[in-house]
Design a protein around this ligand. Structure first.
Ligand SMILES: [Zn+2]
Length: 149
């Protein structure tokens, strides 16, 4: 399904309510017209972005990621990525009640989000451990110099 922006004419993902390119409001999507295939392909794209976005903003939630869509570079904040991904997740969830394929997709997507969260928190943990190791090494050198002098 196409979701054409009335302002700039760009084609946006089915569930978006704000144009990715010019930030104009889009006509709210008619959910029953969005196909399962579109939900899965577009939802998968947003899951990939959530992975990149959470990793990039592990320290600083205001950190954006840059994506390229139709040769246009777009900055996406973590809030935007989260809210758009959640739109896909909630509709896939609603459809999963009557559709086993969508149920499978929902589980896959949820697992992917869990992995993304884990990667982001491991990034912080790893850096803390490195920082801790650095402090320890400095202390050892200091003690060594103190003992030999
Ligand atoms: Zn637009």
């Amino acid at each position: 399904m196409s979701n054409i922006c009335g302002s700039c004419g760009a084609n946006n993902d089915s569930l978006l309510t704000t144009c990715l390119y010019c930030e104009s409001s889009l006509v709210p999507p008619k959910l029953d017209q969005v196909s399962d295939e579109d939900l899965i392909t577009e939802g998968g794209k947003w899951i990939g972005r959530i992975t990149a976005s959470h990793y990039a903003s592990a320290y600083d939630e205001s950190k954006c990621i840059e994506i390229t869509e139709n040769n246009v570079n777009i900055e996406l904040s973590r809030a935007e990525v989260d809210s758009n991904t959640n739109k896909y997740i909630s509709i896939i969830q609603a459809r999963s009640l009557s559709n086993p394929n969508m149920k499978h997709m929902l589980e896959t997507f949820k697992k992917d989000i869990e992995i993304a969260e884990k990667k982001a928190s491991e990034r912080v943990k790893k850096d803390w451990m490195q920082a801790g190791g650095g402090v320890g090494l400095c202390l050892c050198i200091y003690l060594f110099v103190w003992i030999v002098s």
